[in-house]
Design a protein around this ligand. Sequence first.
Ligand code: 5GP
Ligand code: MN
Length: 338
Amino acid sequence: MTTAEITQIKVLLSTPKKIIIVPHKNPDGDAMGSTLALYHYLKSANHDAIVMAPNDYPHFLKWLPGDETVLKHDAETDRCNALLQDADIIFTLDFNALHRVGHMGDCIGESQAIKIMIDHHQQPDDYAKFVFSDVTMSSTCEMVYLFIKMLGDENLVTADIATCLYTGIMTDTGSFRFSSTTSQTHEIVGKLIACGANNSDIHNAIYDTNSYAKLQLLGCALKNLKVIPELRTAYITLSQDELNQFDFKKGDTEGFVNYGLSLDNIIFAAIFIEHKKDNIIKISLRSKGDFSVNEFSRQYFEGGGHTNAAGGKSDLSLTETVEKFITILPDHKKELIS
Ligand code: 5GP
Ligand code: MN
């Protein structure tokens, strides 16, 4: 983002505006943390700000400061569409293509509001007037901190803003262990703690609030884990029946895919989860090093994301999807074993 653009945004925000802040569908910690942090910042500057999520998010994010104000587009579609039409500014955070918000994307595209994208995914689409896009960033939360700083308002970071931003940086970096974590990430995290983010409480609220059923579902997923050592790949499947057996709730499977990657000498991990209601298999892909799951997902599973973390879907059955995956893999042997 250029200095000239920052100046334009400063002018834009110098008088109260009607602002909608949008995370991607099925929002994660970074999506909710970044949108709620920006919400608190804009509210403190007297804007009429609202976070509008395409749909609901997991229970382990429902304690975030400002959670009770979040509108869900799928639950209140008419009201939300009217607000989008009437908005002066729409911020889109933690995604870079309007299809990532489902049906809501049409309404955002048609709205006359000025659009501002803040995002760290690859290959951004061209729908926003102002684009702050950087694939080297650990998280959108790190970028929201920098955005506030660029606007000259670092001193306006409250404990609520710091708590939201810490949450997203922590979840998107796998608690500061992925290679996207830089010295800048740690410097910002240090500042967030100084501003009032309680790191221990946040870790507890996100990671130590599991239900018994969720841990049983994890047990089932680990039982289903398969390894293809010659291709340094591991994958997990979960059928709808298995999800039902363990009383699946939104967010319960988050992080499961990382168990495959925790195996010695495995650099590519996948999880295939059957969603009977939508008639799709939801796929999460993770890698270590140069093997791009973003490219893999774009090529074979209608998805995308980052080099080392991506998602996608398949319209085939669970068994057929796994068969497709296993059939494709040898074509990538060189990259996987290099
Ligand atoms: P997850 O596997 O946790 O759902 O997603 C991993 C990363 O890939 C996230 O950054 C997410 O935004 C992105 N992602 C997940 N699903 C999709 C998808 O269907 N399309 C695209 N373009 N990105 C996705
Ligand atoms: Mn993110």
